[in-house]
Design a protein around this ligand. Structure first.
Ligand code: FAD
Length: 510
């Protein structure tokens, strides 16, 4: 029996295990379905696109998506201590001030504004650039901003090309403004990926007598006593064990947290009935509001020069931009990224060989399409139905077309001209009208791996957690992970997930 039971040792869960066990009077237990990371490829930054589908990946699948030509998308999720920070592409982008203004508005709590979160962003980070008001040097996670000697020569020309087109040259993506172009800051130290398990579950933390970490502990469901969650029921071989606690925190991620609640009888009564689970507490929005970033892969080029291997993690620069190309402040609408490899969706078989091509990825920063996920049965082994409802809104499709135009614009710049022998995708036929562009984008779109909002935070009664991340309708349950994000941030979400966990822990510790 513990004081606090943390379910899920992923990006958020590892931070919580460290921070909450800093109080020696509190007995903390962390349960994780996977184990300690063993695969040596996890640490190699340029291997990140190739390690999905291995035994430490839950490897989910979406339903066929009408918005992406009926395609099924594989969704990687870490099943290992450190969670999805073992699989992710290591970009560290906080998001735009306006993103967090929305979080504060929706939650009714200024702690979720950019200024409210800034101390918590900083508390997680140690930058390799000098400390200033926005960058700190004493957090557990190393953030490496590459210098000129580390960036790929193609990426240096890509950045120069945007500057020539009038885009601001930002130092990094964690300044006051996000519109502009910069090399990606990365969660890398000494050439190796750093996961949240590496950064927060250090030997001194693991030696704490009040912290217990149980690996290979897949949670089947919560056991309720009225409106109290009294225990987690966990598979142990063929047995089911119960871990009891006074307080339980779900950090199972945007898929794991809502589906575990559903298996526990908490959710939309109709969905639970379809899955054969008795509804104990009706919470209709669990699993709803699902959304994700897409990137199109893409605007693909055959290179006129050899593309030497990346010294970093292949996808080296994201450029955030407004729909209006002359706007240089405020929240961006679209993103264009430079990958120093011929990255292509599975629909294209004419991409050049590695070393002979590259791709300009493009996407929409704050999509408005919303989907849903649900369980199909009471067991952890029953498949999850995941429908992100990609590209369902005309706004998302419109901004994707703008992003395609913008990618081709930099592709046609004087700075990239020496690198290009031929534009391989899209073909001229893909550009004849909006319908042709939409059809191309539907074939090219791949997940940017950022599902959120399935247990959204909000001030309204339908929201799943309140601004303290306490679950409405239960006395002693909190949710701390990507599922509580009410609306996605403009950029990749990992920096925000770490700040959410740090903010929650610091409020708990006072
Ligand atoms: P997770 O880190 O997924 O943690 C959930 C944990 O719960 C896991 O350890 C899981 O095993 C465990 N769990 C789940 N269900 C159970 C159960 N039933 N019982 C016990 N344990 C369970 N973000 C960025 O900012 N930058 C990037 O470059 C980037 N690239 C990405 C690339 C890929 C391939 C992926 C997959 C993600 C990427 N992301 C990126 C997104 C980012 O990694 C995630 O949003 C973030 O890690 C989510 O954190 P979390 O704590 O919510 O969930």
């Amino acid at each position: 029996r513990s004081d606090i039971l943390i379910l899920g040792g992923g990006s958020a869960g590892c931070i919580l295990a460290n921070r909450l066990s800093a109080d020696p009077s509190v007995k903390v237990t962390l349960l994780e379905a996977g184990g300690w990371a063993k695969d040596p490829d996890i640490a190699k930054p340029d291997m990140w696109p190739f390690i999905q589908g291995r035994e430490f990946d839950w490897d989910f699948e979406t339903t066929p998506q009408a918005g992406t030509a009926g395609r099924v998308h594989r969704w990687a999720r870490g099943r290992v201590l450190g969670g999805s920070s073992n699989l992710h592409a290591m970009f560290h982008v906080r998001g735009h001030r306006a993103d967090f203004a929305r979080w504060a508005e929706l939650s009714g709590d200024a702690r979720w504004s950019y200024d409210g979160l800034l101390p918590h962003f900083k508390a997680t980070e140690t930058w390799n650039i000098p400390e200033d008001a926005l960058h700190s040097s004493d957090g557990p996670m190393p953030i490496m901003l590459p210098d000129e000697t580390q960036s790929h020569p193609l990426v240096k020309d890509y950045i120069k090309g945007w500057v020539a087109l009038g885009m601001p040259r930002l130092r990094d993506h964690c300044g006051e403004e996000l519109i502009g172009t910069a090399p990606n800051a990365l969660m890398i130290r000494d050439g190796k990926r750093v996961t949240t398990a590496d950064a927060w579950l250090t030997p001194d933390v693991l030696a704490r007598p009040n912290l217990t970490i149980v690996e290979q502990a897949p949670v089947r469901r919560l056991i309720l006593d009225g409106t109290r969650a009294v225990a987690a029921e966990v598979h142990h071989g063929t047995e089911l064990l119960r871990y009891e606690a006074d307080e339980i925190i779900l950090s199972l991620g945007a898929i794991g947290s809502p589906t575990t609640l559903m298996r526990s009888g908490i959710g939309d009564p109709e969905r639970l009935a379809e899955a054969g689970v008795d509804c104990l507490i009706a919470r209709r929005e669990i699993g709803k509001n699902l959304h994700d970033h897409l990137l199109a892969a893409g605007n693909i080029y055959r290179a006129a020069r050899d593309i030497i291997p990346s010294k970093l993690q292949i996808s080296e620069s994201l450029s955030y931009q407004a729909e209006n190309p002359t706007q240089t402040e405020g929240r961006p609408d679209i993103v264009v990224g430079c990958v120093v490899a011929p990255s292509a969706s599975e629909m294209f078989d004419n991409a050049p060989e590695p070393g002979h091509g590259f791709t300009l990825l493009f996407g929409v920063t704050n999509p408005t399409s919303r989907g849903e996920l649900t369980i199909t049965g009471p067991e952890l082994s029953d498949p999850v139905t995941i429908d992100p409802n990609y590209l369902a809104t005309e706004r998302d499709r419109h901004l994707f077309r703008v992003a395609l135009d913008r990618a081709r614009k930099i592709g046609q710049s004087a700075e990239l001209a020496p690198w290009i022998a031929e534009e391989v995708q899209p073909t001229p036929g893909d550009l004849t009208d909006e319908a042709a562009m939409d059809a191309f984008i539907a074939m090219a779109a791949i997940t940017h791996h950022h599902p959120v909002a399935t247990c959204r935070m909000g001030a309204d009664g339908a929201a799943i957690v309140d601004s303290n991340l306490k679950m409405r309708g239960l006395d002693n349950l909190w949710i701390v992970d990507a599922s509580i994000i009410p609306e996605i941030t403009a950029g990749p979400i990992h920096a925000a997930v770490m700040a959410i966990a740090e903010s929650f822990a610091s409020a708990r510790l006072g």
